[in-house]
Design a protein around this ligand. Structure first.
Ligand SMILES: *[C@@H]1O[C@H](CO)[C@@H](O)[C@H](O)[C@H]1NC(C)=O
Ligand SMILES: *[C@@H]1O[C@H](CO)[C@@H](O)[C@H](O)[C@H]1NC(C)=O
Ligand SMILES: *[C@@H]1O[C@H](CO)[C@@H](O)[C@H](O)[C@H]1NC(C)=O
Ligand SMILES: *[C@@H]1O[C@H](CO)[C@@H](O)[C@H](O)[C@H]1NC(C)=O
Ligand SMILES: *[C@@H]1O[C@H](CO)[C@@H](O)[C@H](O)[C@H]1NC(C)=O
Ligand SMILES: *[C@@H]1O[C@H](CO)[C@@H](O)[C@H](O)[C@H]1NC(C)=O
Length: 402
């Protein structure tokens, strides 16, 4: 939900001239390494990846798994100028993490301040070999918002600027602005797709768009993924997962409803399904209304804001679609292939947080990782942390226990 995005900008602009400018130091890296480790590839709760120091805050976690099974995770980090995303690596299923690099690492004057996205490619795109790690984020100034793309050809150790995929106007979350926000990267056949929230079309307060590229340097024109006829509606925060038993992609997003609400929620999370992830525009948005209690079917929970979705083959014949929102600690699950009437909730140990990220490990498909950091208005002291839960047990919780 984009109002927050002004906070990093405010701190960037306030901080740019301040004496608190701090480069990454050896002690940062040592602190990141010092965290006590659970067993490799085990299940655990509330394990710290990075503890912010002093007045720093962390938020908006994101993760990608590399082809060798290691994980790269990142988040926003306030009070460092120029801004960057800290890149943490784990080779043991999230049990231990090392801060391996910062993106950008080239002294770009504004760096990357908000809304990271990570992806490792499985093919060659232009001059970038298979296995290149991509990182996108929002570079904001007083005058513009920019979806910048960086690449690493050494698995996240060093980064180089590729291009600005899209540029919008000054950061504002008010209708009438022309900002862009919140990239999400995905590989699809011979293309990389960059999805983002887009306020540049003056027919819509905000809509969801994507652009495609075959060489990472040139990007085709923006295409709509969700745009509503009511101007004040502001769909935002695209995340997509492939759902194998359906043969379809699921797009989750917050459906900002202008000055209206749905059950008191101004940003209910909804989803669309499409076989071609470049063709969500014509798919109908579906509500997520989860039975929260087996004993009282009319007790309904709706997710809201900053969603994320993944699929695990564990949990039943259809596997399990698992989504998180920003308003609940619980997760929302669907074991019936995305059937709109079949959402349920499950308890997890990871605390609630803004823009939590989920990941299912390729070699351990019943391991669900839940990455969290601060709330919407990030708080000092709230760490970047991780819980790993057993999907079979998560789904089974519903049987009798609730
Ligand atoms: C999670 O871990 C942090 C840091 O160790 C700690 O301060 C906090 O109390 C823990 N929260 C829960 C719910 O265990
Ligand atoms: C945190 O911010 C407050 C208020 O600006 C300041 O007084 C304090 O020195 C800062 N603390 C640290 C550890 O930077
Ligand atoms: C709510 O939004 C509608 C449609 O944009 C607009 O016509 C109306 O004036 C708004 N109402 C308030 C109270 O802001
Ligand atoms: C069931 O839940 C609904 C919605 O929370 C509530 O209004 C109703 O009173 C509950 N019924 C019972 C029998 O608890
Ligand atoms: C799988 O999904 C289908 C379609 O919604 C449903 O009919 C079926 O019951 C599901 N299977 C299981 C084991 O839940
Ligand atoms: C996950 O939970 C299920 C059900 O309790 C259990 O059979 C399975 O062994 C667990 N997975 C792991 C890796 O421990």
């Amino acid at each position: 939900m984009a109002a927050l995005l002004l906070l990093p900008l405010a701190s960037l602009l306030l901080g740019a001239g301040a004496s608190t400018v701090q480069p990454v130091t050896i002690s940062d890296i040592a602190a990141a390494k010092r965290a006590p480790s659970p067993g490799a590839f085990s299940f655990f709760s509330n394990h710290t990846i990075y503890s912010p120091k002093g007045n720093e805050t962390v938020g908006y976690p994101r993760v990608t798994e590399l082809s060798d099974g290691s994980l790269l995770a990142t988040c926003t980090l306030s009070l460092r100028f120029p801004q960057f995303f800290p890149i943490f690596k784990s080779t043991d299923g999230g049990a231990s993490w090392e801060w391996i690099s910062s993106d950008p690492d080239d002294g770009s004057p504004l760096g990357l301040g908000a809304q990271p996205a990570l992806l490792q490619t499985s093919k060659k795109f232009g001059d970038y070999p298979s296995g290149t790690v991509l990182a996108a984020g929002n570079r904001m100034s007083f005058d513009s918002t920019n979806i910048d793309l960086y690449a690493s050809t050494d698995k996240g150790k060093t980064w180089s600027f590729v291009t600005t995929i899209a540029q919008g106007g000054p950061p504002t979350t008010k209708n009438g602005g022309s900002s862009i926000w919140e990239p999400f990267l995905m590989e699809y056949n011979s293309e990389v797709i960059a999805y983002y929230s887009d306020s540049r079309d003056q027919k819509h307060g905000q809509k969801l768009s994507h652009q495609t590229s075959t060489n990472l340097e040139e990007w085709n024109d923006a295409v709509d993924d969700a745009a509503y006829s009511i101007y004040a509606d502001r769909p935002g925060m695209t995340v997509i997962s492939y759902i194998p038993p359906l043969g379809q992609y699921m797009l989750v997003y917050e459906y900002g409803r202008g000055n209206r609400t749905k059950g008191g929620n101004r940003f209910p999370d909804v989803y669309k399904l499409a076989a071609d992830p470049r063709a969500f525009a014509s798919a109908p948005p579906l509500d997520i209304e989860a039975a929260d209690s087996r004993s009282n079917a009319s007790k309904i929970l709706e997710p809201g804001s900053a969603p994320y979705v993944v699929w695990s083959p564990a949990g039943g014949a259809n596997g399990t679609i698992i989504m998180t929102d920003a308003n609940h600690k619980k997760l929302f699950i669907n074991t019936r292939g995305g059937d709109a009437g079949a959402w349920e909730t499950r308890d997890v140990p990871q605390k609630a947080g803004y823009a939590r990220a989920l990941h299912v490990m390729t070699k351990y498909p019943d391991h669900l990782m839940i990455f969290g950091a601060g709330p919407y208005r990030a708080k000092r002291g709230e760490p970047f942390s991780l819980s790993v839960v057993n999907v079979t047990e998560l789904v089974g919780q519903g049987l009798g226990k609730r």
